[in-house]
Design a protein around this ligand. Structure first.
Ligand code: PHE
Length: 465
């Protein structure tokens, strides 16, 4: 059965694919502006702590569940627990579908920016609010992005996802190193680095802790079964704990490098004042084109287009994993043939992403879709923020809490330990003990609390911290 579902051919293939899922817009687009808003290095310290202490045990659990059952998330929970537990898998699949619906829109912007910058259109940064309202243009880029994603997924695990990751991930790494090497030579680079790396702990408050945790979780693609799905294509020779450690390390390293690349650019543009970092989500789409322009027409085109191509590649390995989750469900549970499952799902997700596409100024009712309570005040937000709130801010931590509870109290940690012992040489017993302790106590409590406080604060304006 395992062979008919497909499998990763090599260890490194799995690690690159899973790291590819993790490394995405979250690392390169979101992480730097969250660092900017969260007091620089103090945020980075929190983020790293959460990744290793809280997220790593959940990642080990997800991969173990996948490899043990060789099934999609719904099938996996059904097999290991009772039928009712498959609701965790279903929640994950819904989260994945919703995340991909808006993620693809942003990925389309990134790709669109690549096309604009290649043509030397640096003014695109200032025109960002108008640009995202040109829905036929950005919609077309969204279609292109979804089509490429579906094409890769339709080729299967080894021939599609593994192959693409083996090309895209090393390329991404080389591009990022090249851009850092360049950005560090710019005037004022050190101001940017200082902002990034010297912690200011006075900036830490409840909201910052909370967004660092959400960021860690989203960035590692946890809580929705992406790693259960990828884990189901992993062979028994693979060391799950070591792979999870490598995936986490790659993800945080790329996020860290993204900061090293971006802050010197921002410092250069603002003559060291770091004004641009206040720009929030606009940091990359609004600030950076101005930086590239100031490098002169030729160099600006080269550096700028490499940057947006890098962003598109990072997004692509993530959209692939987001699409694979519902596809695996349709293939395993509904016995639909892979190509039909892939193209049907891709079309469906693109369609439900249309309101996110329109809600950036084009359709007023979708642009001012609802009031969300954030940073102590009610803010009018668009449809895209609403979907993000439901799927990534609420469903992922709930999913993470439920997965931990499931592993600790339904499947039981001794079964987890048995699975992770397979293929694991030179195991460090303390690591296993910590994973068991974390999934039994720390993860359910903290992730559960995060999910509850999100709902109370964002929807009802009840602020716990
Ligand atoms: N981890 C991806 C990123 O950082 C997003 C993602 C979330 C992908 C959940 C898959 C599942 O951009």
């Amino acid at each position: 059965m395992a062979t008919s579902r497909g499998q990763f051919n090599t260890r490194i293939g799995f690690i690159l694919a899973a790291a590819g899922s993790a490394v995405g817009l979250g690392n390169i687009w979101k992480f730097p502006f969250e660092v900017g808003q969260g007091g620089g290095a103090a945020f980075v310290v929190l983020y790293l702590t959460f990744c290793f202490m809280l997220c790593f045990p959940v990642m080990v659990s997800e991969i173990a569940i996948g490899r043990k059952t060789q099934l999609n998330p719904v099938g996996a929970f059904k097999k290991l627990g009772h039928g009712n537990w498959s609701i965790i898998g279903l929640l994950g699949i819904i989260a994945g579908v919703l995340i991909l619906s808006f993620y693809n829109v942003v990925a389309g912007w990134a790709f669109g920016y690549f096309v604009e910058i290649v043509q030397g259109n640096f003014g695109i940064g200032e025109q960002f609010p108008e640009y995202i309202q040109q829905i036929f243009k950005v919609g077309a880029y969204g279609i292109i992005f979804m089509t490429v994603t579906a094409f890769i997924v339709s080729k299967g695990i080894a021939g599609g996802i593994e192959k693409a990751s083996k090309i895209l991930m090393p390329t991404l790494f080389i591009m990022i190193i090249g851009l850092i090497a360049y950005s560090l030579t710019l005037d004022g680079a050190m101001e940017g680095i200082k902002f990034y790396l010297v912690p200011d702990f006075s900036e830490i408050n409840g909201e910052v802790v909370y967004s660092a945790l959400g960021q860690a979780f989203f960035s590692l693609s946890l809580g929705m079964g992406a790693l259960i799905t990828y884990g189901s294509y992993v062979s028994k020779q693979q060391n799950i704990v070591r792979s999870a450690a490598l995936i986490t390390l790659t993800d945080v390293s790329i996020a860290f490098l993204a900061g090293l690349m971006i802050f010197p650019f921002v410092a250069y543009l603002s003559n060291g004042s770091m004004e641009g970092v206040a720009g929030g989500p606009g940091l990359i789409f609004m600030t950076l084109p101005g930086v590239f322009e100031s490098l002169g027409p030729t160099l600006g085109v080269v550096i700028g287009s490499v940057f947006f191509l890098l962003l598109s590649f990072a997004a692509l390995t993530s959209t692939v994993s987001l699409l694979e989750v519902p596809v695996a469900y349709l293939v395993d549970e509904k016995k639909i043939k892979r190509p039909y499952a892939v193209w049907g799902m891709a079309l469906f997700i693109f369609v439900i992403g249309i309101p996110s596409l329109l809600g950036n100024g084009y359709v007023e009712s979708l642009t001012s879709f609802m009031e969300i309570h954030k940073e102590g005040e009610w803010q009018t937000k668009g449809f895209m923020d609403f979907v993000e709130l439901i799927a990534s801010d609420t469903f992922l931590p709930i999913g993470g809490a439920l997965i931990s509870i499931f592993v600790a109290y339904v499947w039981k940690t001794n079964n987890l330990n048995e699975e992770i012992a397979i293929g694991r040489e030179n195991a460090i017993p303390l690591v296993t003990k910590y994973i068991n302790f974390a999934v039994s106590f720390i993860c359910p409590v903290i992730l559960g609390a995060i999910a509850i406080t999100t709902i109370l604060d964002r929807f009802f304006g009840v602020q716990i911290f």
